[in-house]
Design a protein around this ligand. Structure first.
Ligand code: GLA
Length: 400
């Protein structure tokens, strides 16, 4: 029976791209499923998604996609069965254009056949990219086409559109039937990239919601410069001049755990899908603690998916701001973020979230990273946030 709740809240899972790019295979995907089942499933993660470069470069004589015979010698179905045997769901990748971004066959003009193939293999999630899209046909039509194919393939398949925010995607994607849509270019494992992607979506909160979530891209939490792809590892500048030699070389990126914590908090409160991109077989304790913080995940998975609104710190508006998200039980989630390079004084005026002094109400505040009650506050909450850091609060309205 059709699952009417598919896509109600943002999906949570793991995707192979950020760390492994084209170096994927049967063994890796099974190991990722093992790691998710033992380390992450309890926190709510469920999808194991194979990204680009899983197929041969040619379709077979019937026009069907063929799994790469070195990477997946037994095909895809046994891998999907294995993932399902762990109580998890299985995802794959294709593209609205003639080729995927990695140069493999795309689903353009093969949408219905490919949806059938994915259904036969036991796929539960399809990421659908935008490379090599023919100019003469609007993306809106192509996403609708694949969405219609998926809805008629006999399986519940979550549809993850990935057109990087192009062509005013916000305005038409919900009607296409996609459950989530990438609104940004690709993330890199560095602080500048995290900052840029988050800031690019402030103001777009109204476009996301139940069944159609704004996807700011996969997480880089815990990667620490561990991608096999130099572009993903590199710093914002991309290349660095090596002193004296005059040669250039990629400068390895990676973030501090504090920055990864801020990244995770931003994605959570902005209602982005939480798709992990690090090597989950080898997580440090700090990485696991970040990715499995149930108080922060509860904010992301709140059933009403209300968008947060942004309140900038009056004396440092470029770097310091709060995101406030109303939760279904009447609480507020409050993320206080400092993008600057120096410690930031922050004060959230309750007036700004509708709690005037005259209302006789204040906030009882819980710290979602320290996991402790901070007490009841009236009129304002003041704190200092470390550079590149954040504070995430869950606040209950109380009479004072
Ligand atoms: C695009 C997408 C990425 C990834 C690659 C694969 O760049 O935005 O997330 O899927 O393609 O080639």
């Amino acid at each position: 029976m059709e699952n009417k709740f598919l896509g109600l809240t943002p999906p949570m899972g793991w995707n192979s791209w950020n760390t492994f790019t084209w170096e994927i295979n049967d063994k890796l995907i099974r190991e990722a499923a093992d790691a998710m089942a033992s380390e992450l499933k309890d926190a709510g993660y469920e999808y194991i998604v194979i990204d680009d470069c899983w197929s041969e470069k040619q379709r077979d004589k019937n026009g069907r996609l063929v799994p790469d015979h070195w990477k997946f010698p037994d095909g895809i179905k046994p891998v999907a069965d294995y993932v399902h045997s762990k109580g998890l769901k299985f995802g794959m990748y294709s593209c609205a254009g003639t080729h995927t971004c990695g140069g493999h066959p795309g689903s353009f003009e093969h949408e219905f056949d490919d949806a059938e193939t994915f259904a036969e293999w036991g796929v539960d999630y399809l990421k659908y990219d935008y490379c090599y899209k023919p100019d003469h046909i609007p993306g809106e039509i192509l996403y609708k086409r694949m969405s219609t194919a998926l809805r008629n393939c006999g399986r519940d398949i979550m549809f993850s559109a990935c057109n990087w925010g192009n062509d005013d995607v916000y305005k038409w994607i919900r009607e296409s039937g996609a459950h989530l849509f990438r609104s940004t270019g690709d993330i890199q494992d560095n602080w500048e990239s995290i900052k840029r992607l988050a800031l690019s979506q402030i103001g777009n909160e109204c476009y996301g919601g139940n069944f159609c979530h704004n996807d700011i891209d996969m997480l880089v939490v815990g990667m620490h410069g561990g991608s096999n792809n130099e572009w993903i590892n590199s710093t914002e500048a991309g290349v660095n001049v090596i002193a004296d030699s005059g040669e250039t070389a990629p400068k390895l990126g990676g973030c501090t755990d504090e920055e990864y914590r801020t990244h995770f908090s931003l994605w959570a409160i902005m209602n982005s899908p939480l798709m992990i991109g690090c090597d989950i077989r080898h997580m440090t304790p700090a990485t696991k603690e970040i990715l499995t913080n149930k108080d922060v995940i509860a904010i992301n998975q709140d059933i009403e998916c209300r968008g947060p609104y942004c309140i900038k710190q009056w004396n440092n508006p470029d770097n310091v701001f709060s995101l406030v998200k109303p939760l279904s039980n009447g609480d507020y989630a409050i993320g206080m973020f400092n993008f600057g390079d120096r410690a930031g004084e922050m004060s959230l005026q309750f007036w700004d979230i509708g709690l005037t002094t005259a209302s006789g109400r204040g906030l009882s505040v819980y710290d979602c990273w320290k996991h402790e009650e901070l007490g009841t506050f009236t009129e304002r909450f003041c704190t200092t946030v470390e550079p590149h850091g954040c504070m995430v609060l869950r606040a209950k309205v109380v009479k004072v």
